[in-house]
Each structure stands twice: as C-alpha cells, then as structure tokens.
Design a protein around this ligand. Structure first.
Ligand code: CS2
Ligand code: MG
Length: 432
C-alpha cells in the first residue's frame, strides 16, 4: 500500500543534531502578533523553542496587508517549521522560500522575515551576544540616523529641521506640501497617531506632477540658504514623477548637495537608472519596494545607485539582507535600510544589527516612536547625539509585551489598512 500524502512527515535532517555540542533544540510553536501601538499596523512573529523561556521575535510588518502575512505564516510556514532545529537559519530560510514553488512577493518575504529575524534573535540569546556580534562585530560605535521634517511651506520645513538639528540630528529628510495636492510625506506625524490613519484623510486626492517638480528645488534653495551646507539633507520622490521629470529634478537639485535623493523611479522603471546616472551626480537611494533580487542586483552590479534602501522584512529578513549588504560592498554601494514607523522596533533592531556590522553602511532612517510603542516593545533602540545605539542585550535586544500589544489592536479602517488612491486631476490613478 502506498503511503497517503498526508502521512508524509517533514524531513528534518537528524544527522545535523546536536549542533556545536549544544543540547538539541526544536521549534515548538510560531505565533503571529498584530498590534498598532502608534496606530500603525505592525506584524510581529514569535518563534518558541523546546528550551523553556527561549524564544525569538521577528518583524513581518507589511502594513497594508497584515492579515495576509499572518495567514501565510500560520497556515503555511508554521507547519513547515514545527520540530525543526532553530539553529538552522539558512536552511530554514531556503526551505521556506521554495516551499511554495512560486517565490518572493511582499507577503511571502515578510512572512519569511518574521521567522528569520526570530531565529537570529534566538541564536544571539543562546550565544549570549547581540546579533551584530554574530554578523562579524562592530565596525562603528553607533549608526548615524536621519529623521523627517515636513511642512506646508519651506519656512515650516525649516523650523522642523532646526528642531531636529537642536536635538542632535545631523541628517534630515525634507518634504514640502504642494498646496491643493495629495502630497507624499507632509502629513506624517511622528509618534502616536490619530485612530483614523492620517494617510486616509490627507493623501486621498489629486496630484499635479509639474507643481511638485517646481516646489522641490524652491524648498532646497530656501533650506540651504537658512541651514547652511553642513547638515545632510535628503528627499524622497516616492515614485511621484514621470521618469524624465525625475531626471530633471535630480539635475536641478545637484547644486544643493543632497545626501541622497530617494526613489526617483518606480521599480517598474528600473531601466531609467542608466540615463539618470549619465545626467547627474546627485546621490541616488533606491529600493524600499523591492522584494526580489532580480530587481536590485542589476542596479548594484552596474553601479547605478549609491544607497540600497530595502525594507528588510520585504526582502525576507536578515539572512538575505546580509548577503545583499556584502554584495553592495563590492560595488561601493552603501546601505540605508528603510526605517519608517511601519517597520516595528524589532525590525529597527535588525536594521541596527546590520548598520553596526557592515563597513559599507551609509545611513539609517529612524522613526521617532511614541510612548505606547516603546512600552509594547521594551528594548527599542535609542537615538543619542544623532545616532542609534544598540542596547547591547543578547539577540536583537527587543521584546514584545504581548498583553500590552493586545491593548492596541489594528484600528478599524474602511479599507482594512490599504492605502486609498491618489489621482491626477483628470482622474487617472497614480502610484501612492
Ligand atoms: C517612506 C515610507 O520612509 C520612507 O522612505 O517611503 O514612509 C513609506 O511611504 C511607508 O513605509 C509606506 O507604508
Ligand atoms: Mg521612501
């Protein structure tokens, strides 16, 4: 009689245990926690082990599709993982990646990341070392960060930038409103938000590309004249321009010496990067929307970008990110991992572990979390003197207080957290 398909047990390589003379360890459960302490939807994974009290946490935050990530983990990755040795991080990543046959995509990659970061956290706790030690140790004391300034006009942006500089920030991302438009990046409050997410209120509306392309050089002209040359200034186009206008803007901004200009094109327009490179020396950062190595490898190998800005959970976690960082080093591309409020403090700790251990680190984006998020996530790294510091605890150093997290369920939302559309004045929908 042939064995039924259901009876097939997952292959767990018994010959590999016990690893390194350590007692055998098994994954006993995988839990997904959805929480929104700052009213931003976060997905956090907890991997439990057979050693009492030993578990790891990972970030799987795909803020616009949290329920889909939860389902991918609970229904597909959890059964694959139960009984395996959590030491086998690389093997588990490869198994999880190919087990669906069709690969990558933000849902699977975020799901894999939640597991992957949790396994690095476990390994660090077991070794009694912060994860950056497992990645090769520190090459810098702390990670210089940038934070966000925005406003209704250049004057307001200047005021916010000065406030940040007074707190010790030496790099500031600056976005200005285009009056009457659904402008990206100007309604972003840091810390606790209103129960009804601001992007749903403020960003729904229309978008005039030409008005935006005129407003940005005016903003930086104003900022450089008021703030001087020393502060590092950054700007995020957020795929909001047709490619040729983005090239024009990058050229116009050259004289303001930006630290970087971000996401000039959509991933679908990767083919424009060679033209951009030939036209301007404005440093280019790209990549928070990438999920697949086929999207970013060509840009690095051809030296078409200066900073890689992937959202680490969207590319599958620390395991692929450390390979990507090492690959970038060979081509002089620096890291600038995505660090908005929809990366959980656990994800920020993973960013930091790489920032501290990669010599080709460029800069770290930092979101100023509110008090609720800091309470839900004890150990959230801290900024001092414009830099993000490790708390030096074993593993990722950040935990999740599940009881507190449950007090901040995902907010009610008519689109279940999806972004509302932005349109051109004639009604054409555009990228968000
Ligand atoms: C932004 C993000 O931080 C950034 O660079 O592009 O705020 C992005 O808009 C959000 O992560 C989308 O949820
Ligand atoms: Mg961005």
């Amino acid at each position: 009689m042939t064995e039924s398909h259901d009876a097939v047990q997952p292959f767990v390589p018994a010959a590999w245990e016990p690893s390194g003379g350590m007692p055998a360890l098994r994954i006993t459960d995988v839990k997904v926690i959805l929480t929104a302490p700052d009213n931003i939807r976060l997905v956090v994974v907890k991997v439990l082990t057979s050693e009492p009290g030993l578990y790891g946490v990972g970030c799987a935050s795909y803020t616009t599709r949290p329920a889909a990530v939860k389902s991918a983990i609970e229904e597909y990755l959890r059964p694959l993982l139960l009984g395996r040795d959590p030491n086998d991080i690389e093997d588990i990543w490869q198994v999880g990646h190919i087990s669906g046959y069709w690969r990558t995509g933000p849902i699977l990659m975020n799901a894999l990341s939640g597991i992957d970061m949790a396994l690095w956290d476990i390994k660090g706790k077991r070794a009694g070392m912060p994860v950056y030690q497992l990645l090769g140790g520190k090459v810098r004391r702390a990670a210089p960060v940038y934070s966000h300034a925005s406003g209704r006009d250049p004057q307001e942006v200047e005021e916010q930038a000065i406030a940040l500089m007074e707190q010790g920030y030496r790099y500031v991302r600056c976005q200005v409103d285009v009056p009457g438009n659904a402008t990206y990046g100007v309604d972003e409050e840091e810390g606790p938000r209103q129960p009804y997410p601001p992007h749903l209120r403020a960003r729904q509306g229309t978008w005039d590309t030409a008005a935006y392309a005129r407003a940005v050089p005016r903003l930086f002209d104003h900022l450089r004249s008021r703030l001087g040359e020393e502060v590092g200034l950054l700007h995020d186009i957020h795929e909001r321009l047709p490619p040729i206008l983005a090239i024009g803007l990058a050229k116009e901004l050259e004289r303001f010496h930006l630290f970087f200009l971000e996401d000039p094109f959509a991933p679908e327009d990767n083919g424009y990067f060679p033209f951009l490179r030939q036209q301007t020396s404005t440093p280019i950062a790209m990549g928070e929307l990438y999920v697949n190595q086929a999207e970013y490898v060509p840009l690095i190998k051809d030296r078409l970008i200066d900073f890689i800005r992937c959202h680490i959970s969207a590319i599958g976690g620390i395991t692929p990110a450390r390979k990507l960082a090492a690959y970038c080093e060979f081509f002089g591309v620096r890291t600038a991992w995505h660090g908005p409020g929809d990366v959980s403090p656990v994800g920020h700790a993973a960013n930091l572990a790489l920032d501290l251990s990669c010599s080709n680190f460029g800069i770290q984006e930092w979101f100023r979390f509110g008090e609720a998020a800091r309470e839900v996530f004890p150990g959230t790294p801290e900024v001092r003197d414009g830099m993000l510091w490790s708390n030096e605890r074993p593993g990722l150093g950040v935990d999740i207080d599940e009881a507190l997290a449950a007090r901040y369920p995902l907010p009610e939302h008519p689109l279940n957290g999806a972004f509302p559309e932005v349109r051109q004045p004639d009604g054409t929908v555009i990228r968000w």
